[in-house]
Design a binder for this molecule. Structure first.
Ligand code: ATP
Length: 347
Protein backbone atom coordinates (compact mmCIF):
# COMPACT_ATOMS: atom_id res chain seq x y z
CA UNK A 1 0.00 0.00 0.00
CA UNK A 2 1.38 3.43 -0.93
CA UNK A 3 1.13 5.99 1.84
CA UNK A 4 1.26 9.65 0.98
CA UNK A 5 1.71 12.31 3.62
CA UNK A 6 0.82 15.74 2.31
CA UNK A 7 1.85 18.96 4.05
CA UNK A 8 1.16 17.60 7.51
CA UNK A 9 1.54 19.77 10.58
CA UNK A 10 1.04 18.59 14.13
CA UNK A 11 1.12 20.92 17.10
CA UNK A 12 0.79 19.97 20.75
CA UNK A 13 -0.73 23.08 22.32
CA UNK A 14 1.45 25.63 20.54
CA UNK A 15 4.50 23.41 20.03
CA UNK A 16 5.02 22.36 16.38
CA UNK A 17 6.11 18.70 16.63
CA UNK A 18 5.76 18.35 12.83
CA UNK A 19 6.08 21.29 10.51
CA UNK A 20 4.89 20.89 6.93
CA UNK A 21 5.95 17.29 6.40
CA UNK A 22 5.37 15.62 3.02
CA UNK A 23 6.52 12.10 2.29
CA UNK A 24 5.60 9.44 -0.26
CA UNK A 25 6.07 5.92 1.09
CA UNK A 26 6.12 3.36 -1.69
CA UNK A 27 4.24 0.11 -1.60
CA UNK A 28 6.45 -2.71 -0.31
CA UNK A 29 9.38 -0.57 0.75
CA UNK A 30 11.06 -0.48 4.14
CA UNK A 31 11.62 3.14 5.02
CA UNK A 32 13.42 4.29 8.16
CA UNK A 33 12.51 7.50 9.96
CA UNK A 34 15.80 8.60 11.41
CA UNK A 35 16.60 11.60 13.56
CA UNK A 36 17.68 12.72 17.01
CA UNK A 37 15.41 12.61 20.02
CA UNK A 38 12.49 14.99 19.67
CA UNK A 39 12.75 15.33 15.89
CA UNK A 40 9.17 14.11 15.39
CA UNK A 41 9.67 10.48 14.29
CA UNK A 42 7.19 8.93 16.69
CA UNK A 43 4.67 11.69 16.05
CA UNK A 44 4.83 10.99 12.32
CA UNK A 45 4.42 7.27 12.94
CA UNK A 46 1.41 7.86 15.19
CA UNK A 47 -0.17 10.06 12.52
CA UNK A 48 0.29 7.35 9.89
CA UNK A 49 -1.28 4.87 12.32
CA UNK A 50 -4.27 7.07 13.09
CA UNK A 51 -3.38 7.34 16.79
CA UNK A 52 -3.11 11.11 16.32
CA UNK A 53 -4.90 13.50 13.97
CA UNK A 54 -2.90 16.08 12.00
CA UNK A 55 -3.43 19.73 12.90
CA UNK A 56 -3.47 20.31 9.15
CA UNK A 57 -2.60 18.33 6.01
CA UNK A 58 -3.82 14.97 4.72
CA UNK A 59 -2.69 11.34 4.75
CA UNK A 60 -3.56 9.06 1.83
CA UNK A 61 -3.50 5.27 1.82
CA UNK A 62 -3.35 4.45 -1.88
CA UNK A 63 -5.70 6.90 -3.58
CA UNK A 64 -7.97 7.07 -0.54
CA UNK A 65 -7.89 9.93 1.95
CA UNK A 66 -7.36 8.10 5.26
CA UNK A 67 -6.99 11.23 7.40
CA UNK A 68 -10.21 10.61 9.32
CA UNK A 69 -9.97 6.81 9.53
CA UNK A 70 -9.33 4.90 12.73
CA UNK A 71 -6.37 2.58 13.35
CA UNK A 72 -8.58 -0.46 12.66
CA UNK A 73 -9.95 1.03 9.44
CA UNK A 74 -6.40 1.71 8.26
CA UNK A 75 -5.41 -1.90 9.08
CA UNK A 76 -2.13 -1.11 10.80
CA UNK A 77 0.35 -3.58 12.28
CA UNK A 78 2.38 -2.19 15.18
CA UNK A 79 5.53 -3.17 17.03
CA UNK A 80 6.74 -0.95 19.87
CA UNK A 81 10.01 -0.78 21.74
CA UNK A 82 8.50 -2.20 24.90
CA UNK A 83 6.91 -5.47 24.10
CA UNK A 84 3.22 -4.90 24.36
CA UNK A 85 2.46 -8.61 24.47
CA UNK A 86 -0.46 -9.87 26.53
CA UNK A 87 1.17 -11.41 29.59
CA UNK A 88 -1.66 -13.81 30.34
CA UNK A 89 -1.69 -15.26 26.81
CA UNK A 90 0.64 -17.83 25.32
CA UNK A 91 2.80 -17.07 22.31
CA UNK A 92 0.26 -18.68 19.99
CA UNK A 93 -2.65 -16.81 21.59
CA UNK A 94 -0.76 -13.53 21.27
CA UNK A 95 -0.10 -14.12 17.57
CA UNK A 96 -3.73 -15.14 16.94
CA UNK A 97 -5.22 -12.22 18.87
CA UNK A 98 -5.74 -9.74 16.01
CA UNK A 99 -7.63 -12.33 13.96
CA UNK A 100 -9.71 -13.66 16.86
CA UNK A 101 -11.10 -10.22 17.73
CA UNK A 102 -12.25 -9.47 14.20
CA UNK A 103 -15.99 -9.04 13.64
CA UNK A 104 -17.66 -12.35 12.87
CA UNK A 105 -18.16 -11.42 9.21
CA UNK A 106 -14.40 -11.13 8.52
CA UNK A 107 -13.07 -13.54 11.14
CA UNK A 108 -11.44 -16.68 9.75
CA UNK A 109 -12.43 -20.14 11.10
CA UNK A 110 -10.64 -21.15 14.33
CA UNK A 111 -8.65 -23.80 12.43
CA UNK A 112 -7.55 -21.24 9.83
CA UNK A 113 -6.48 -18.83 12.58
CA UNK A 114 -4.41 -21.56 14.21
CA UNK A 115 -2.82 -22.52 10.90
CA UNK A 116 -1.95 -18.90 10.18
CA UNK A 117 -0.45 -18.42 13.66
CA UNK A 118 1.65 -21.60 13.28
CA UNK A 119 2.86 -20.41 9.90
CA UNK A 120 3.93 -17.08 11.42
CA UNK A 121 5.57 -18.85 14.34
CA UNK A 122 7.71 -20.64 11.81
CA UNK A 123 8.41 -17.42 9.89
CA UNK A 124 9.77 -15.76 13.04
CA UNK A 125 11.67 -18.96 13.92
CA UNK A 126 10.00 -19.68 17.23
CA UNK A 127 8.71 -23.15 16.44
CA UNK A 128 8.17 -25.17 19.59
CA UNK A 129 7.62 -22.11 21.82
CA UNK A 130 3.92 -21.67 21.08
CA UNK A 131 2.79 -22.64 24.60
CA UNK A 132 5.22 -20.33 26.42
CA UNK A 133 4.11 -17.14 28.12
CA UNK A 134 5.87 -13.81 27.41
CA UNK A 135 7.69 -13.89 30.76
CA UNK A 136 9.30 -17.18 29.68
CA UNK A 137 10.92 -15.57 26.61
CA UNK A 138 14.03 -13.48 26.05
CA UNK A 139 13.66 -9.85 24.95
CA UNK A 140 14.58 -10.72 21.39
CA UNK A 141 12.08 -13.60 21.31
CA UNK A 142 9.32 -11.32 22.59
CA UNK A 143 9.96 -8.86 19.79
CA UNK A 144 9.70 -11.70 17.29
CA UNK A 145 6.33 -12.63 18.76
CA UNK A 146 5.29 -8.97 18.56
CA UNK A 147 6.23 -8.93 14.88
CA UNK A 148 4.35 -12.17 14.18
CA UNK A 149 1.31 -10.73 15.94
CA UNK A 150 1.51 -7.55 13.85
CA UNK A 151 1.84 -9.56 10.62
CA UNK A 152 -1.08 -11.88 11.43
CA UNK A 153 -3.68 -9.33 10.39
CA UNK A 154 -2.01 -8.86 6.96
CA UNK A 155 -1.55 -5.16 7.67
CA UNK A 156 -1.70 -2.57 4.91
CA UNK A 157 1.25 -0.91 6.64
CA UNK A 158 3.60 -2.24 9.29
CA UNK A 159 4.85 0.38 11.76
CA UNK A 160 7.83 -0.34 13.98
CA UNK A 161 8.82 2.14 16.69
CA UNK A 162 12.39 1.44 17.85
CA UNK A 163 11.50 -2.25 18.06
CA UNK A 164 15.02 -3.30 19.06
CA UNK A 165 15.77 -0.26 21.23
CA UNK A 166 15.63 -2.14 24.51
CA UNK A 167 17.85 -5.04 23.41
CA UNK A 168 21.60 -5.44 23.70
CA UNK A 169 23.89 -4.71 20.78
CA UNK A 170 24.45 -8.26 19.50
CA UNK A 171 20.77 -9.21 19.65
CA UNK A 172 19.93 -5.95 17.88
CA UNK A 173 22.33 -6.74 15.06
CA UNK A 174 20.92 -10.25 14.65
CA UNK A 175 17.32 -9.07 14.69
CA UNK A 176 18.09 -6.33 12.19
CA UNK A 177 19.27 -8.86 9.59
CA UNK A 178 16.41 -11.14 10.45
CA UNK A 179 13.85 -8.33 10.02
CA UNK A 180 15.28 -7.51 6.60
CA UNK A 181 14.91 -11.17 5.59
CA UNK A 182 11.33 -11.29 6.82
CA UNK A 183 10.58 -8.07 4.97
CA UNK A 184 12.02 -9.47 1.75
CA UNK A 185 9.82 -12.55 2.12
CA UNK A 186 6.58 -10.85 3.10
CA UNK A 187 6.91 -7.50 1.27
CA UNK A 188 4.81 -5.38 3.64
CA UNK A 189 5.08 -1.61 3.36
CA UNK A 190 7.09 -0.92 6.49
CA UNK A 191 7.95 2.27 8.38
CA UNK A 192 10.69 1.85 10.94
CA UNK A 193 11.58 4.49 13.54
CA UNK A 194 15.12 4.57 14.87
CA UNK A 195 17.67 7.06 16.11
CA UNK A 196 20.45 4.58 15.30
CA UNK A 197 21.99 5.54 11.97
CA UNK A 198 23.84 2.25 11.61
CA UNK A 199 20.58 0.36 11.95
CA UNK A 200 18.86 2.61 9.41
CA UNK A 201 21.71 2.42 6.89
CA UNK A 202 21.80 -1.36 7.08
CA UNK A 203 18.08 -2.06 7.07
CA UNK A 204 16.22 0.45 5.01
CA UNK A 205 15.46 0.80 1.32
CA UNK A 206 15.22 4.53 1.93
CA UNK A 207 15.94 6.85 4.82
CA UNK A 208 13.86 9.82 5.84
CA UNK A 209 16.14 12.00 7.96
CA UNK A 210 14.29 14.31 10.35
CA UNK A 211 15.31 17.24 12.51
CA UNK A 212 13.15 19.61 14.55
CA UNK A 213 9.87 18.45 13.08
CA UNK A 214 10.99 18.71 9.47
CA UNK A 215 12.27 16.30 6.86
CA UNK A 216 15.86 17.12 5.96
CA UNK A 217 16.40 14.49 3.26
CA UNK A 218 14.80 11.36 1.81
CA UNK A 219 16.85 8.91 -0.21
CA UNK A 220 18.57 5.55 -0.39
CA UNK A 221 21.22 4.90 2.27
CA UNK A 222 23.93 5.39 -0.38
CA UNK A 223 22.48 8.66 -1.64
CA UNK A 224 22.05 10.09 1.86
CA UNK A 225 25.52 8.99 2.97
CA UNK A 226 27.33 10.07 -0.20
CA UNK A 227 25.47 13.28 -0.95
CA UNK A 228 24.03 14.68 2.28
CA UNK A 229 21.68 17.54 1.48
CA UNK A 230 22.49 19.70 4.49
CA UNK A 231 25.15 20.20 7.17
CA UNK A 232 22.75 18.54 9.61
CA UNK A 233 22.53 15.36 7.52
CA UNK A 234 26.28 15.33 6.92
CA UNK A 235 26.89 15.55 10.65
CA UNK A 236 24.15 13.12 11.68
CA UNK A 237 24.83 10.27 9.24
CA UNK A 238 28.35 8.91 9.43
CA UNK A 239 31.46 10.65 10.69
CA UNK A 240 32.33 14.10 9.46
CA UNK A 241 34.72 17.00 9.86
CA UNK A 242 34.20 20.56 8.79
CA UNK A 243 36.31 23.64 8.15
CA UNK A 244 35.64 27.17 7.01
CA UNK A 245 37.03 27.68 3.49
CA UNK A 246 37.05 30.35 0.85
CA UNK A 247 36.22 29.58 -2.73
CA UNK A 248 38.03 31.69 -5.27
CA UNK A 249 38.97 31.16 -8.87
CA UNK A 250 37.38 27.68 -8.75
CA UNK A 251 39.75 26.57 -6.00
CA UNK A 252 39.32 25.93 -2.28
CA UNK A 253 41.46 28.03 0.05
CA UNK A 254 42.20 27.34 3.71
CA UNK A 255 44.14 29.91 5.74
CA UNK A 256 45.41 31.75 2.67
CA UNK A 257 46.50 28.73 0.62
CA UNK A 258 44.91 26.89 -2.21
CA UNK A 259 44.58 23.25 -1.10
CA UNK A 260 44.48 21.59 -4.48
CA UNK A 261 40.74 20.87 -4.52
CA UNK A 262 38.72 22.15 -7.44
CA UNK A 263 35.45 23.81 -6.42
CA UNK A 264 32.13 23.52 -8.22
CA UNK A 265 31.57 26.34 -10.75
CA UNK A 266 28.72 28.07 -9.07
CA UNK A 267 30.25 28.58 -5.63
CA UNK A 268 32.41 31.50 -4.59
CA UNK A 269 33.14 33.34 -1.37
CA UNK A 270 32.98 31.85 2.14
CA UNK A 271 31.76 28.30 2.58
CA UNK A 272 31.91 25.36 4.97
CA UNK A 273 33.82 22.31 3.78
CA UNK A 274 32.52 18.92 4.98
CA UNK A 275 34.35 15.64 4.48
CA UNK A 276 34.53 12.15 5.96
CA UNK A 277 37.64 11.19 7.97
CA UNK A 278 38.26 8.20 5.68
CA UNK A 279 37.81 10.20 2.47
CA UNK A 280 41.17 11.98 2.54
CA UNK A 281 44.59 11.60 0.96
CA UNK A 282 47.89 12.67 2.47
CA UNK A 283 49.67 15.37 0.49
CA UNK A 284 53.18 16.75 0.19
CA UNK A 285 53.93 20.40 -0.58
CA UNK A 286 51.88 23.48 0.02
CA UNK A 287 48.72 22.67 -1.86
CA UNK A 288 47.05 20.93 1.06
CA UNK A 289 45.39 21.45 4.43
CA UNK A 290 48.12 21.51 7.07
CA UNK A 291 47.37 20.45 10.61
CA UNK A 292 49.16 19.80 13.89
CA UNK A 293 48.44 16.40 15.44
CA UNK A 294 46.63 16.85 18.76
CA UNK A 295 45.38 13.33 19.39
CA UNK A 296 44.83 9.83 18.06
CA UNK A 297 42.46 7.01 18.91
CA UNK A 298 41.40 3.67 17.57
CA UNK A 299 38.13 3.55 15.64
CA UNK A 300 37.42 0.01 14.47
CA UNK A 301 40.35 -1.09 12.32
CA UNK A 302 41.87 2.36 11.73
CA UNK A 303 43.62 5.08 13.66
CA UNK A 304 41.71 8.34 13.80
CA UNK A 305 44.02 11.32 14.04
CA UNK A 306 42.83 14.63 15.39
CA UNK A 307 44.44 17.70 13.83
CA UNK A 308 44.31 21.38 14.69
CA UNK A 309 44.14 23.50 11.57
CA UNK A 310 44.91 27.23 11.67
CA UNK A 311 46.07 27.37 15.30
CA UNK A 312 43.64 25.74 17.71
CA UNK A 313 40.57 27.21 16.09
CA UNK A 314 39.50 24.22 14.05
CA UNK A 315 39.74 20.55 14.87
CA UNK A 316 39.34 17.97 12.13
CA UNK A 317 39.79 14.21 12.06
CA UNK A 318 41.32 11.95 9.43
CA UNK A 319 41.76 8.18 9.35
CA UNK A 320 45.09 6.47 8.77
CA UNK A 321 45.94 2.77 8.74
CA UNK A 322 47.76 1.72 11.92
CA UNK A 323 50.98 0.99 10.06
CA UNK A 324 51.06 4.28 8.13
CA UNK A 325 54.32 6.09 8.96
CA UNK A 326 52.66 9.53 8.75
CA UNK A 327 50.82 8.64 11.95
CA UNK A 328 54.04 9.29 13.90
CA UNK A 329 54.47 12.81 12.58
CA UNK A 330 53.48 15.91 14.49
CA UNK A 331 52.27 17.68 11.35
CA UNK A 332 50.20 16.20 8.59
CA UNK A 333 49.13 17.71 5.28
CA UNK A 334 46.10 16.25 3.54
CA UNK A 335 43.28 17.04 1.21
CA UNK A 336 39.81 15.58 1.06
CA UNK A 337 39.20 13.23 -1.87
CA UNK A 338 35.47 13.86 -1.69
CA UNK A 339 33.74 16.73 0.02
CA UNK A 340 30.68 18.94 0.03
CA UNK A 341 30.41 22.67 0.44
CA UNK A 342 27.62 24.38 2.31
CA UNK A 343 26.75 27.95 2.99
CA UNK A 344 28.60 29.12 6.12
CA UNK A 345 25.35 29.99 7.87
CA UNK A 346 23.26 26.97 6.77
CA UNK A 347 21.85 24.95 9.67
P1 ATP B 1 12.44 10.11 20.49
O1 ATP B 1 13.52 9.54 19.63
O2 ATP B 1 12.96 10.72 21.75
O3 ATP B 1 11.28 9.18 20.70
P2 ATP B 1 10.99 11.51 18.39
O4 ATP B 1 11.81 11.97 17.24
O5 ATP B 1 10.17 10.28 18.20
O6 ATP B 1 11.89 11.42 19.69
P3 ATP B 1 8.49 12.76 19.06
O7 ATP B 1 8.16 11.79 20.16
O8 ATP B 1 7.75 12.65 17.80
O9 ATP B 1 10.05 12.74 18.76
O10 ATP B 1 8.31 14.22 19.65
C1 ATP B 1 8.50 15.39 18.87
C2 ATP B 1 8.28 16.58 19.76
O11 ATP B 1 6.89 16.69 20.10
C3 ATP B 1 9.03 16.52 21.09
O12 ATP B 1 9.55 17.80 21.38
C4 ATP B 1 7.97 16.11 22.08
O13 ATP B 1 8.25 16.65 23.35
C5 ATP B 1 6.70 16.70 21.50
N1 ATP B 1 5.53 15.86 21.82
C6 ATP B 1 5.30 14.61 21.38
N2 ATP B 1 4.13 14.13 21.84
C7 ATP B 1 3.59 15.13 22.61
C8 ATP B 1 2.38 15.27 23.39
N3 ATP B 1 1.48 14.27 23.44
N4 ATP B 1 2.20 16.43 24.03
C9 ATP B 1 3.10 17.44 23.97
N5 ATP B 1 4.24 17.38 23.26
C10 ATP B 1 4.49 16.24 22.59
Amino acid sequence: MDVSIKSVRKSFERFPALDDVSLDIRSGELIALLGPSGSGKTTLLRLIAGLERPTSGRIFFGSEDASEKTVQERNIGFVFQHYALFRHMTVLENISFGLKVRPRSTRPEASAIRAKAMELLELVQLNGLEKRYPTQLSGGQRQRVALARALAIEPAVLLLDEPFGALDAQVRRDLRRWLREIHDRTGHTTVFVTHDQEEALELADRLCVMSKGRIEQVGTPDAVYDTPASPFVFGFIGESSQLPVTVDNRELWVGGRAIGCPAPDRVSGDARLFFRPHDVELAEGNAAIAGVVTGARRVGGTRRIELAVGGNDHKVEIDLPFDHPAGERSRIAFRPKRFRLFDPVAA
